[in-house]
Design a protein around this ligand. Structure first.
Ligand code: ZN
Length: 473
């Protein structure tokens, strides 16, 4: 079933219509966070991609299923020098646990919770599933067994199981990095030390060596999974063997997505992913956001300046996802002003004049068509700005158009300015607790919290984008 949403496919190098191959729902996989630190706003820009896709498809009545992995084990840190990216043998989560002198799983859970809070702050739709790597070890081992049986993987002299890259003839279609162009030791897991058949082979199951934490027994000895196999295992298991749309940041094209494609295709013996779509990097005040340059900005930094976190969302929407945008504090402050102005106007427009249903339908279609064309959110925002000033449309009609547009934009344009002030203080904490309960699928606790909130006069409803609340009169 072809949808009317078109996105630029990195592998096909052209725009493609997104389809629901099983005729019922578009199956989406989006590479998730490695939970050893807080996601910065550049990471969150990538995670906004799946949200926009879901909102657009839902607006057209198309069902979706979104899976996003939580990497809590197996993601090795990189040494970046010149243009070389070399995976070192240090696990990101374990390294952080060591530096904080804490249990690695405690670290992972803490940052995972922070990640969900950030998503909520930006009104990013909740995925249907957030499988954790550490809880899907059996799925990964099963996939590795299949790859070995099919002659696509082997155990090296060092005990580690490697993918046999030369068995996958179309390696490089996503990024253009063909195997024959790759030099030994360049951008790969470990240096070539004789354990592998070919320098570009990558680890599926790493032998524990001296490592004692976050290791599991396996048919190939005690060890832990490689990062790339995680996404193959989870996407195929949670999306019934096929991915209609695979999302992720530009930096994941190679080697992560090339390796994932090789693994998944080798198991299902066809293209496991129909469309690969990538979001561009974010610059902050002209530089790449990174820990080493010291210009990392978190959602909480925006909130700490008394700016609505959704100002970030508006900034992102004012740039196409495939353009390398340069975010500045000035732009965030300007977006904050715009959002507040729109909310105030919405309030004053609500009951002013006659409602023109025809105009509402026509304008909603203009906005939806814009975003359906490779997420032209900039065009949608420009239309909103134009409508704000338009004098031939009644305020009441504008109010309705903004409400419809906000189903895609997700800027809470209908939020009452004074709403936050009227929430009982205790209720705020309970709402937070309930969000967390829902995310961890603790429905019993979530129902108890709903009842306690009702006692405080707060009615909670669950929607596609999370819980919303109202205060009883
Ligand atoms: Zn991934």
């Amino acid at each position: 079933m072809k949808t009317s949403l078109q996105l630029y496919d990195t592998r096909l190098r052209k725009k493609a219509f997104i389809s629901a191959s099983n005729e019922t729902e578009v199956r989406i996989y989006c590479c998730g966070p490695t939970v050893y630190r807080n996601a910065h706003v550049g990471n969150l820009r990538t995670f906004l991609l799946s949200d926009l896709v879901i909102r657009i498809l839902h607006a057209r009545g198309v069902n979706t299923k979104l899976v996003q992995n939580i990497t809590d084990v197996g993601h090795m840190s990189e040494d970046v020098g010149d243009d070389l990216v070399q995976e070192s043998s240090e696990d990101k989560v374990l390294a952080q646990a060591e530096s904080e002198n804490r249990d690695p799983f405690a670290i992972a859970r803490e940052y995972e919770q922070g990640y969900h809070q950030d998503l909520r702050s930006l009104n990013i739709s909740v995925a249907d599933n957030y499988p954790r790597a550490s809880e899907c070890i059996d799925l990964m081992q099963n996939l590795i067994e299949q790859l070995i049986e099919k002659g696509k993987a082997y155990q090296g002299g060092d005990g580690t199981v490697y993918f046999d890259a030369q068995t996958f003839s179309t390696y490089g279609e996503i990024s253009g990095n063909r195997l024959d162009q790759l030099k030994p030791g360049h951008r790969f897991d470990y240096h070539d030390d004789g354990a592998k058949k070919f320098h570009a082979d990558w680890a599926l199951w790493k032998s524990a060596g001296g490592r004692t934490q976050m290791v599991w027994p396996s048919p190939w000895g005690i060890g832990f999974p490689g990062w790339h196999i995680e996404c193959s295992a989870m996407s195929l298991a949670f999306l019934d063997g096929h991915v209609d749309l695979h999302l992720g940041g530009m930096d994941l094209r190679f080697p992560h997505h090339e390796n994932e494609r090789a693994q998944s295709n080798s198991v299902v013996e066809e293209e496991a992913v129909d469309n690969w779509v990538h979001g561009e990097h974010l610059l902050f005040e002209g530089r790449k956001m990174s820990k080493s340059t010291g210009n990392v900005v978190l959602v909480r930094d925006v909130a700490a300046k008394n700016l609505d976190p959704l100002s970030l969302r508006l900034c992102f929407l004012e740039n196409r996802y495939r353009s390398q945008m340069d975010l500045t504090w000035e732009a965030i402050v300007a977006a904050n002003t715009t959002i507040h102005r729109w909310r105030e106007k919405m309030h004053s427009w609500e009951n002013d004049g006659e409602l023109d249903e025809g105009a509402v339908a026509a304008e909603t279609e203009i906005i939806l068509s814009a975003v359906e064309d490779d997420l032209d959110t900039l065009k949608a925002i420009q239309r909103i700005r134009f409508l704000e000033r338009e004098t031939t449309i009644s305020p009441k009609t504008k109010h309705q158009i903004f409400i419809r547009a906000d189903l895609i934009l997700g800027l809470d344009l209908d939020r009452r300015i004074s709403r936050d002030l009227t929430l009982p203080p205790e209720a705020e904490r309970l709402l937070e607790e309930r969000q967390i309960a829902r995310l961890s699928k603790d429905f019993h606790n979530s129902d108890l919290l709903r009842d306690r909130l009702l006692e405080l006069g707060v009615v909670v409803k669950d929607t596609q984008t999370g819980q919303v609340w109202e205060i009883l009169d």
